[in-house]
Each structure stands twice: as structure tokens, then as C-alpha cells.
Design a protein around this ligand. Structure first.
Ligand code: SF4
Length: 306
């Protein structure tokens, strides 16, 4: 009898390690990705998200980004061809951001070749908003963070209505198809203990209906309950090609830095390029390249790149 071997599963982290052994990250001349926290407002209570403590842990944080700060960031991106993507959110829900559409219009006007990705929990992404986004092509991609395949699980760990979110996602798909797929609809699924076993059903339910999936792990977002505290060596690619602005204009280390623990600059006082090329950010990159990122407390407890 021939023994059947078990299918070999290649983990996400294994792939990362191979990739980074082959290719060390290098700082781009200008960020390729910029995240802008237009607002910290959110209408969900996802259990894995650090959002609920933001203002308690970071007293300086504004709720809404001022027009002045927003324009300062966007205006300084003009003529930088390296910039590929803007995410107009970081730790807030963009669909309830004041002046969202005006701000998207401004980005489109100033940076017509840069893609815009909206990441939304879907609750307030109503048919009216979808119509406006699709008709005017105010973004290139909407990424709905669904994170579950069962109503009960979803409502328990996100604290919002499954029926409303599914209605909005279905409407987005319909409206987008009618418009000739002007934008990409993506669904994301962060794997957590709460939604264990639902990924297969999630993919089957939506396969062929949306333009793609983003499957992630909660390692970064719920890190504080799971300190790994090990000396890790892989450099994190994010600090070499991405810049993240909080709602008050301070730039933070990465998309994991919900509480503004590692500030690398401030657009109110510095130019964007000066922040990107600052000695402080340079030292952080050097520590990562030298295998010493454990010296940065936030990186030492982050499982994203170990
Ligand atoms: S905290 Fe994690 S994601 Fe952020 S720079 Fe460090 S290793 Fe990268």
C-alpha cells in the first residue's frame, strides 16, 4: 500500500521569510503608500481592534483631521511618481468621516494617477454613498472588512448588524457590475479565534462575486494580549515604502501604531520628504536591517514580521 503524504501547507510567515531572505527592503525615494487618518470616528466595536482605547492612550489625537493638515499632505505628494496608493483611513471608519467625498475629490484632482483604497466595515456604506463613489469613481477600491461567514459570530465580535452590512456589500457589487466594474470590491477576513473555521465558507460564498480577497492575521492588531518578546531578525518592509499620518498630522511608525507610540515626524512642522528622510526614521530602518528591531519596543511585540 502506498502511503499518502499529507498536503504540505506553507504558512504566511514562511513565505515572508523566504521573500525577505531573497530581497532586502530598500527605502523608496518617496513613500509608495500613504495612509491618512481623516478621522478616528468608528461605528463598530471589533474585538481585535485597538480603536476603543485610542483617545485614552493618545491624548494628543484629534478626532477629525483639519482641512489644512489634509491639504498639506496631499499637496506635497504632487509630482512624486513613486506614490501608488492612498488609504484615506488608519484607525477610523472612512464612511462616517466628515467631508469624505470632498476630500476624495481633492485627492483625485491633485493626484489623478494615484489609486485610492477605502477600507470600510460596511455598516454606513449605504446605497446613496455607494452610488456617489461608483458614479464619480471617487475611489479605485473598496475593501469591506467582513471577517466572518456567520451572522452570530459577526455580530458578537464586531458589534454591528450583519444584515445591514451584507445588504450594503451586495448593493456595492450590483452597482459596480452595472457600471462596468469601475472600481474593485475586495472582502477581507482577519483570522481570529472567534471566526475559526469560517474562512472556507466565506470564500465560497463570495467567490466570483467580488474582485478579490484579503486574508490577514490578527497578530498585529491584538498584539498586546499576546506578547512574544523574542529577538527577531526580519526587517519589516512597511517602514521602507509606507508613511502613515494620524488625524493630527503626526506621522507614526506603521499601521500597527494605533496609540502614536513611535512618532517619526509631524506634517504641521515638517515637510513630508523631511519626515521620510529624517534621521530618526533612518535609525529605525537601520535597526531593522541590522537585525536589531527588538530594540524598538513596538516592533519587539509585533508578530507581523518575525
Ligand atoms: S511594529 Fe510591526 S508592522 Fe510596525 S514597523 Fe515594527 S515590525 Fe513593522
Amino acid at each position: 500500500m502506498i502511503a499518502q503524504s499529507k498536503p504540505y501547507l506553507i504558512s504566511r510567515n514562511f513565505c515572508k521569510k523566504i521573500y525577505h531572505q531573497l530581497k532586502k527592503p530598500r527605502k523608496t525615494k518617496f513613500p509608495e503608500i500613504i495612509s491618512i487618518e481623516l478621522s478616528t470616528l468608528c461605528n463598530a466595536k471589533c474585538k481585535f481592534c485597538p480603536h476603543s482605547n485610542i483617545h485614552e492612550k493618545d491624548k494628543k489625537r484629534a478626532i477629525n483631521m483639519s482641512e489644512e493638515v489634509f491639504r498639506k499632505i496631499i499637496d506635497q505628494c504632487v509630482d512624486h511618481k513613486e506614490l501608488k496608493l492612498i488609504k484615506p483611513s488608519l484607525f477610523g471608519e472612512p464612511s462616517i468621516t466628515p467631508h469624505l467625498f470632498e476630500r476624495l475629490e481633492y485627492i483625485k484632482e491633485k493626484l489623478p494617477t494615484v489609486k485610492i483604497r477605502l477600507i470600510s466595515n460596511g455598516l454606513a456604506m449605504t446605497p446613496e454613498k455607494i452610488d456617489k463613489l461608483v458614479e464619480n469613481r471617487l475611489c479605485d477600491e473598496i475593501n469591506f472588512s467582513l471577517d466572518a461567514d456567520e451572522k452570530e459570530t459577526f455580530e458578537k465580535f464586531k458589534g454591528i448588524s450583519w444584515d445591514k452590512v451584507i445588504r450594503n456589500i451586495n448593493y456595492s457589487i450590483l452597482r459596480n457590475n452595472e457600471s462596468g466594474k469601475r472600481i474593485r470590491i475586495i472582502l477581507s477576513f482577519v483570522c481570529t479565534p472567534e471566526n475559526e473555521g469560517q474562512l472556507k465558507g466565506f470564500k465560497e460564498r463570495w467567490k466570483g462575486k467580488v474582485q478579490g480577497f484579503h486574508i490577514g492575521s490578527e497578530s498585529g492588531v491584538r498584539r498586546r494580549k499576546n506578547l512574544i518578546n523574542k529577538k527577531t531578525t526580519l526587517p519589516c518592509p512597511q517602514i521602507f515604502n509606507r508613511l502613515n499620518f494620524l488625524s493630527d498630522g503626526r506621522a507614526v511608525l506603521c499601521c500597527i501604531d494605533a496609540y502614536g507610540e513611535v512618532i517619526v515626524g509631524d506634517i504641521k512642522e515638517q515637510n513630508l520628504l523631511d519626515i521620510w528622510n529624517s534621521p530618526k526614521f533612518g535609525n529605525i530602518r537601520r535597526l531593522h536591517l541590522n537585525g536589531e528591531k527588538y530594540k524598538i519596543p513596538l516592533c519587539n511585540i509585533c508578530e507581523e514580521w518575525y
